[in-house]
Design a protein. Structure first.
Length: 486
């Protein structure tokens, strides 16, 4: 042993000098897994405002390679019964679900049961909207042009907490006559596409989506506490209740009675999500090809590459490649980020709508990388390729704008009328709202009537109205009468 050391460090050095040199060589290579309690204390301090009495909180986990280097829980899973969050607590992970749906499609492609280049019309020949050459790949990468059903339902009068299922989404989709844009022309995040993907999985396999995902994805990956929730009335042990925050620290339950699948509505634990994330940098031979395919970046018709792959964003943070996605539903918030080259995963789950979650994950990474977080928006390019239009000067005469307008695509009427000099709009469920004229034939209001543009014929007569809001562009409403109000 002494001869070996001498060959390494030189024969003229003392034992103390050898140890100093050894420490200098080895210390920079110490893994995150060997971090001291200082790291734990630093991360704990980030979540002190979650760990208050009678306060919702969450669970946080950090993994490096296959070693969990941080795991802690904060606050209550249930305020009613004073039940604390634990590492076993289940949270709705919102849109993080999309990467699991995407993996389901990848597995079916690997088994030769479908192709991501298949036209969606192959599976829904009765849907007029799929005459537009939309492929499965377009759905995976949010380049299909399909309008988002949340915004469509809002325009149709649905309230945010109204119960909604895949069947509701498909009925609405079957009435759609147009897209936000031609397939492949832009990137625009659309939950609708992922509901359709779940339906395709059911059509191809002949099984319920939740059953197939359990047997072909969650169980094989040892994710025993992850499931698709298609029945909001189900009794589930260890599931956190989610909460909104009103004034004076008064909390309100935020129950989202949503039962659509594919785009969201999966429940999981921090430990299951860490298991999943480990496959992005340390997959078994069986899963290696599937996880590689999941990271296929999208491209537009003009050749531009977008930073969305199959259910995941791939971007950079602190100058390092990052795979990430957020989830938001009810009062649940979730963030999963992976630094594949550093073999690092961070999971933040919370049952409190006001809780910072993505920012906290970045703060944890910043501690490990000795970096300071800059403001970052993971959805910053959610409208990539979209063209902006300058608005002409507003008109002082708004009399022409009165009348009732109807959209067969959402089976909804809107009536515009004057109250004094103020233009207002009314419908059956939203009631009335003030419309602000911001350009020639263009006016705005609160969501979901954000941008509204009248359309005229060659005689200058108003014949209809285009409404755009969020992830719905230019939904057509035909003018059906000029009466002041119904």
């Amino acid at each position: 042993m002494r001869n070996v050391n001498n060959k390494c460090f030189g024969t003229g050095l003392s034992r103390i000098q050898n140890l100093i040199i050894w420490a200098m060589l080895v210390c920079p290579m110490v893994s995150f897994g060997q971090l001291s309690n200082r790291f734990k204390n630093q991360v704990d301090s980030l979540f002190m405002d979650w760990d208050l009495e009678n306060h919702p909180g969450g669970v946080v986990g950090v993994m490096q390679s296959d070693e969990v280097i941080y795991l802690n829980s904060f606050g209550n899973a249930s305020l009613e019964y004073n039940v604390p969050n634990t590492e076993a607590t289940l949270f709705n992970i919102g849109s993080i679900s999309k990467q699991f749906t995407a993996m389901g499609i990848v597995l079916l492609e690997k088994r030769g049961l479908l192709s991501i280049d298949d036209p969606v019309q192959k599976y829904f020949p009765e849907f007029q909207i799929f005459d537009k050459s939309i492929t499965i790949k377009h759905l995976l990468q949010h380049t299909s042009g399909l309008r988002d059903f949340h915004d469509l339902m809002a325009l149709a009068g649905w309230r945010g907490d109204d119960y909604r299922t895949n069947e509701d989404v498909l009925r609405l989709l079957q009435k759609q006559a147009d897209l936000n844009f031609e397939p492949g022309e832009q990137f625009m995040y659309s939950n609708t596409g992922y509901v359709v993907l779940a339906e395709i999985i059911e059509k191809v396999t002949g099984e319920d989506f939740n059953v197939w995902m359990q047997n072909n994805l969650f169980e094989p990956l040892q994710m025993h506490n992850t499931y698709v929730e298609d029945n909001y009335q189900r009794i589930v042990p260890n599931r956190a209740t989610s909460y909104y925050h009103s004034h004076d620290r008064v909390f309100e339950m935020a129950q989202g009675y949503w039962a659509y699948t594919g785009a969201g509505n999966m429940y999981s634990t921090v430990e299951d999500l860490l298991k999943w994330s480990n496959n992005f940098y340390n997959p078994s031979k069986k899963w290696k090809g599937a996880f590689k395919m999941l990271q296929t970046l999208g491209g537009l018709n003009n050749g531009d590459v977008i930073n969305y792959a199959f259910g995941i964003y791939i971007d950079e943070m602190f100058g390092k490649k990052r795979i990430q996605h957020a989830g938001v539903v009810g009062g649940y918030r979730a963030f999963l980020c992976i630094y594949p080259e550093e073999e690092l995963s961070i999971v933040v789950l919370t049952n409190f709508s006001n809780a910072p979650f993505g920012e906290r994950a970045d703060d944890i990474a910043g501690i490990l990388f000795s970096k300071t977080r800059k403001k970052n928006n993971p959805f910053s390019n959610s409208h990539a390729g979209e063209k902006k239009e300058n608005q002409p000067s507003p008109s002082s005469d708004v009399t022409d704008y009165t009348g009732t307008f109807y959209s067969p695509e959402i089976d909804t009427h809107y009536t515009f009328y004057l109250e004094g000099d103020t233009l207002k709009c009314s419908d059956a469920r939203h009631g009335e709202r003030i419309m602000e004229v911001v350009g020639l034939d263009v006016f705005k209001s609160s969501w979901p009537l954000e941008t509204n543009k009248m359309s005229r014929n060659q005689k200058g007569e108003i014949i209809g109205l285009y409404i755009s809001t969020g992830r719905v562009k230019n939904l057509w409403f035909k003018k059906i009468n000029s009466s002041s109000i119904n």
